[in-house]
Design a binder for this molecule. Structure first.
Ligand SMILES: Cc1cc2nc3c(=O)[nH]c(=O)nc-3n(C[C@H](O)[C@H](O)[C@H](O)COP(=O)(O)OP(=O)(O)OC[C@H]3O[C@@H](n4cnc5c(N)ncnc54)[C@H](O)[C@@H]3O)c2cc1C
Length: 587
């Protein structure tokens, strides 16, 4: 079957707003959704409440205020898509793309009536997972060998009469069918005594993302970078559901109380090298640490509407999203209340002038908040930081500057950092992996110093790090294990391998892979039957970090390799994906 359509918005978290934006602005629109209700996480995922997010713009017209009944919200989306003539295909899965060279021409679909192809002038991929863009060959970012950090995943119970159920009890890769199937099975056991049923949409907060023409990252966002093609304003505190990986955040975490306003440029929604397609929601081009800043429903609804409008605007221009008249689009978004007028044609505030880095480095000792700016361009910051270190006299100031230099790979002040770590004879209070309700630091002050030793690249720091490894066992907080692992894998000293192997041999340090659904069930009932089930994640992550560091330091009697191999079969797809990439030597 082949069907032709003007604009095809696929899937419905941000997909329904995109379809509404497209249809209202005159595009022939088809919305494809594999479940039987629109709204994504906000309805089928039972997250029927806003949390932060800018409530103006298109979001303002969505009824019921900041919390809603799932069924009535789904129906509102359906009606609003239909009113201007949008079509909806429920129970239809987007499972491939139709391309001519680098031009996406449509989507392969599978539904109740079989498989077929929908051709479209513009495809909007709102799967939240960049499914269609990935199928079209878009470069994507997802868990690889670089690190293992994913916000916690949930799957809501359905309790009669209840609506909102926010959960976070595992880490799921919804591109991995073993993971998806296992989760549905062990969650069923988890909820068997308390619930009527469970949700059908896995609530992942972090997913596969495209590499777009611009990628949002934390230092740029916290320093308020604006763009000439901003189309959405996001506004939220920093709800990380786990730990972060950006070195800036290791030294200076964003506060729970602070609401951060950021801007998303249109180019972050355009997969590099592909034409005819736009991506919305959690699948856009954004560093994983930045996802919590853009992911709130009010903001993604505005984003979806903006994208649908853009697609309608280019329908007479061959449907190519890059041809959009940005000034016209932004004007429309201002009228809709999505953007403030000041964003029309605003300048890209980057690159910053060199004097900004010079000033920020010179004042870093008294103004720790300057760190964000310095981390936007470590290469340009380094010479100014070295100058600031030479001029500083107070020990605290010298340590802050020296640590910053070490973090960006410059060992100029490494001796001060070594001495600070040596002075601490025991570990300080660490951070013991949590996901739900995780705000603030995920490393202790000593963790960040140890991490800085490794990032400096200076081999003279190894013995200092190994002194701290000797103090670890399974009763010690997760963040200390993570800090030494991150530091040692940077330096890769063979001398660290026996120490890491000895640590992994200590009681309860290894054997935490969940290689089949039975083990996953036990982990979620016997080991930690709580709603947040932190123990299975914490134990595995600690084991993976240490085994990875061991493997990268040259291994010891093949222990690191053997442990990583046990994770190749882990039902939690991110762990399997990560272990495979580390063993394959990929970074
Ligand atoms: C557990 C959890 C709690 C959260 N808490 C809050 C909160 O309290 N307040 C808040 O504002 N935000 C919250 N968020 C954030 C927000 O809900 C999500 O970031 C947002 O819904 C993501 O939107 P999306 O469009 O990217 O994806 P989704 O909402 O997941 O929408 C994707 C849609 O696409 C469909 N789909 C996927 N793949 C295909 C395919 N191949 N073919 C056809 N259809 C497909 C899905 O069925 C779904 O309808 C939470 C998120 C989670 C996971």
């Amino acid at each position: 079957m082949t069907k032709s359509i003007g604009t095809r918005a696929k899937a419905s978290g941000g997909g329904a707003p995109a379809a509404i934006g497209a249809a209202r602005n005159g595009a022939k629109t088809l919305l494809i959704e594999y479940l039987h209700g629109l709204g994504g996480v906000g309805t089928m995922g039972a997250i029927s409440k806003y949390y932060h997010g800018y409530r103006g713009g298109f979001t303002k017209e969505v009824p019921e205020g900041s919390s809603w009944a799932i069924e009535s919200r789904m129906e509102w989306w359906r009606k609003e898509v239909r009113k201007p003539g949008g079509e909806i295909w429920f129970g239809t899965l987007g499972c491939g793309s139709v391309c001519e060279g680098d031009r996406v021409r449509g989507v392969v679909v599978a539904g109740p009536f079989g498989r077929g192809v929908v051709l479209a002038k513009t495809v909007i991929d709102s799967t939240g997972n960049a499914d269609i863009a990935a199928a079209a060959g878009a470069e994507c970012v997802y868990t690889d060998g670089t690190d293992i950090a994913v916000q916690g995943t949930g799957l809501p119970p359905r309790e009669l009469g209840a609506s909102y159920r926010n959960t976070d009890f595992t880490i799921t890769d919804e591109t991995d069918m073993v993971d998806v199937t296992s989760l549905f099975v062990y969650a069923k056991r988890k909820y068997s005594r308390t619930s009527f049923d469970q949700g059908r949409l896995i609530d992942t907060r972090e997913r596969r993302r495209i590499v777009g023409e611009v990628t949002l990252n934390i230092p740029d966002m916290v320093t308020g970078r604006t763009y000439p093609d901003s189309i959405v304003k996001s506004q939220t505190n920093y709800d990380t559901h786990g730990y972060t990986v950006d070195p800036y955040l290791a030294m200076q975490m964003l506060s729970k109380r602070k609401s951060v306003t950021t801007w998303t440029p249109y180019r972050a929604l355009l997969p590099k090298g592909l034409r005819g397609i736009l991506v919305t929601g959690l699948g856009i081009s954004v560093h994983r640490d930045s996802v919590p800043l853009i992911r709130m429903q009010p903001d993604l609804q505005n984003q979806g509407y903006a994208v649908g409008t853009a697609a309608a605007m280019v329908r007479d221009l061959g449907g190519e999203p890059r041809k959009v008249d940005m000034a016209k689009l932004q004007k429309h978004l201002v009228a809709k209340g999505i953007l403030p007028e000041t964003m029309i044609g605003a300048k890209d505030t980057f690159p910053l002038p060199d004097r900004d880095y010079e000033k920020a480095a010179a004042a870093l000792a008294s103004k720790p908040e300057n760190l964000g700016l310095l981390m936007t361009d470590p290469k340009r910051s380094a010479p100014h930081l070295r100058k600031a270190l030479a001029a500083a006299t107070a020990p605290e100031a010298r340590l802050r500057i020296a640590q910053t230099l070490a973090m960006i790979g410059d060992p100029t002040g490494i001796e001060e950092v070594i001495q600070a770590v040596r002075k601490a004879e025991t570990w300080d209070k660490g951070w013991n992996y949590r996901a739900m309700g995780q705000f603030g630091n995920n490393m202790s002050p000593l963790d960040t110093l140890v991490y800085a030793l490794g990032r400096s690249g200076d081999a003279s720091t190894v013995s200092t790090i190994l002194d701290k490894v000797a103090l670890l066992d399974a009763t010690v907080d997760f963040s200390h294990h993570r800090a030494v692992s991150l530091a040692l894998e940077r330096l890769r000293p063979p001398a660290a391998a026996p120490a890491l192997a000895a640590l992994l041999a200590k009681e309860n340090m290894s054997g935490h892979a969940l290689s089949n659904v039975g083990k996953a069930m036990d982990a979620h009932t016997k080991l930690d039957g709580s709603l947040t089930a932190l123990a299975p994640r914490r134990n595995s992550l600690r084991e993976i970090y240490l085994a990875r560091a061991l493997y990268r330091c040259g291994d010891h009697d093949g222990i690191g390799k053997r442990i990583l191999e046990t994770y190749l079969d882990d039902v939690r797809g991110h762990f399997a994906r990560h272990a495979a990439a580390v063993l394959a030597g990929k970074k």
